[in-house]
Design a protein around this ligand. Structure first.
Ligand code: MLC
Length: 480
């Protein structure tokens, strides 16, 4: 594949360059040709800073026309784009930068804008093959530091083509784009899929339910995490009239409850299409565009992708729960500079072990039933309990802590911490909770516990292991 994913975009867009691409409220419309020129400038700007083919470019930037241009410019130059959540703290960013070992770190939006204005455009495009790296997307793990999930040009291209077809994108579609673009959902699912058909995107910097509702009548497609839909449901105006042009509502990144699925359908006459994916393998399954979208399931594997469910000894099973495994052109080559972690997630016969527990029914539909580890998905962001527990446990007044995800009406799941104080700390208990919150200063705020509960002890099994399931049951209504 000449020119990698950017080359594919170029081919698909060749006859449609004058079409509008991004409509940012209050700014002039950006056409596909404008974006092509901006990406050439971005490539030139990066090259002028010494970025070469294969070099990493770390970006922690607000969502903007310029940050899209930087992403496309990096692809065009053959560099490897490393997007970071804008909520990450200095300490977190410092760690990502040391791991990604980049040739450029772009965090200053004003400097980026000024750089693009000055830069000499680099109009060519680097020769990239399917297996050349295009991006690193950081994900944490149950233990240890975050890992960079590597994605190749072939991964991006195959997945964008599969989704573009499966979801029937047409040039006259208008995508309401309100997701952040530092994760695969907003960047690779939404942006790529729409770009392949030269669609227009209403490009909002962040999700605000009222603003989204105001734009919805102009959109034909929206993508979001379940929290977006539950927040829209809280507004009376979210109804069939607001969705009169909408042909597709997609949900992903976190499980949507069957109840919310039904409520949206009743209110809008549109059945949300739920799909399943992850940074390491992009999109894996999708409910059908034509055909029944079953609430609570994530549908069959996308075309060209295989999904199986295996029991503990690795044998495929059907109709009962097991570990979800994936094979196909969507699966990335592993974790950046972490061959150990890569091989831990591969079976001997080359399947990617997702870490999710699910069940396949006779016609190949997947239903997710939980995760093997205790990862929390809060409002579509992953939070790893061990990261928070380590910080809490380091506090001198804390004997031990356990962090779990509990049902939350807005975020789906929210982070809760259960803390056992040191015996001598009794006098300071009133101060302990705010003090603990303060010690999390180096951790992005979305990961902070929404509640810290002081308890006398943690429930344990006979082996001494903390029973998180029991905490989840006992405190199920904490956020109700
Ligand atoms: C924000 N906050 C969160 C949070 N988002 N807390 C817990 N979980 C979250 N997801 C906190 C902030 O830290 C802050 O806390 C307060 O909420 C207000 O911040 P905000 O930025 O104004 O919040 P808001 O705009 O309401 O954001 C909520 C949200 C956002 C749901 C709109 O989180 C969001 O856009 N989520 C989408 C995530 C996403 O794109 N995931 C894709 C992953 S890709 P304080 O304490 O400072 O006041 C993937 C693969 C796949 O998973 O298959 O898609």
């Amino acid at each position: 594949m000449d020119g990698g994913f950017f080359g594919l975009l170029r081919k698909r867009l060749a006859s449609r360059m004058e079409r509008p691409m991004l409509r940012v409220p209050g700014s002039p419309a950006v056409t596909y040709r404008d974006m092509d020129e901006r990406s050439a400038r971005a490539a030139g700007w990066l090259a002028s800073q010494g970025v070469d083919i294969g070099d990493r470019v770390v970006a922690q930037l607000p969502k903007s026309v310029e940050s899209v241009a930087l992403y496309l410019g990096a692809l065009r130059l053959g560099a490897v784009y490393v997007p970071l959540n804008t909520a990450y703290t200095e300490a977190e960013v410092g760690w990502f930068v040391s791991d990604a070992d980049p040739a450029a770190v772009v965090r200053d939006a004003a400097a980026l804008t000024a750089g693009l204005e000055r830069a000499e455009p680099l109009t060519g495009l680097a020769g990239r093959r399917d297996d050349d790296l295009a991006a690193l997307v950081y994900t944490s793990g149950t233990t240890g530091r975050p890992k960079g999930a590597m994605l190749t040009h072939g991964n991006l291209a195959s997945n964008a083509l599969a989704l573009n077809e499966a979801w029937a994108f047409q040039p006259d579609d208008v995508l309401l784009h309100t997701l952040p673009i530092f994760h695969v959902h907003g960047l690779m699912v939404a942006l790529h899929t729409a770009m392949l058909s030269a669609c227009e995107m209403i490009f909002l910097e962040r999700f605000d339910a009222g603003e989204v509702l105001a734009w919805l009548p102009e959109a034909t497609v929206m993508m979001g995490v379940p929290t977006y839909y539950s927040r829209l449901m809280a507004l009376d105006g979210f109804d069939a009239a607001a969705c009169s042009r909408v042909r597709l509502l997609v949900s992903g990144s976190a499980p949507m409850t069957a109840e919310l699925h039904r409520a949206v359908a009743e209110r809008t006459g549109r059945e949300v299409l739920e799909r399943y994916g992850m940074s390491e393998a992009l999109m894996i399954t999708s409910n059908p565009y034509n055909g029944p979208r079953v609430a609570g399931t994530v549908g069959p594997a996308l075309p060209g992708i295989e999904v199986r469910v295996c029991d503990d000894d690795g044998s495929p099973v059907s109709g009962r729960a097991g570990m979800v495994q994936v094979r196909g052109p969507n699966v990335g080559p592993g974790y950046w500079r972490r061959p150990d972690a890569t091989s831990d997630t591969r079976t001997p016969d080359g399947w990617f072990v997702s870490g999710d527990v699910g069940r396949l029914d006779a016609d190949g539909r997947l239903t997710l039933e939980g995760r093997a580890g205790d990862m929390i998905i809060s409002g579509g962001f992953n939070v790893y309990p061990s990261e928070i527990e380590q910080v809490l446990d380091a506090h001198p007044a804390v004997t031990e802590s356990a962090v779990v995800g509990l049902a939350h009406p807005d975020l789906g799941e929210a982070v809760a911490a259960f803390v056992v104080a040191e015996p001598g700390a009794d006098d300071d208990l009133d101060r302990l909770v705010p003090d603990l919150a303060g010690t999390l200063g180096d951790v992005a705020r979305f990961k902070h516990p929404k509640r810290i509960v002081l308890v006398d002890g943690l429930p344990r099994n006979a082996m001494g292991k903390v029973l998180k399931a029991e905490l989840r049951t006992r405190y199920a209504d904490l956020f109700a």
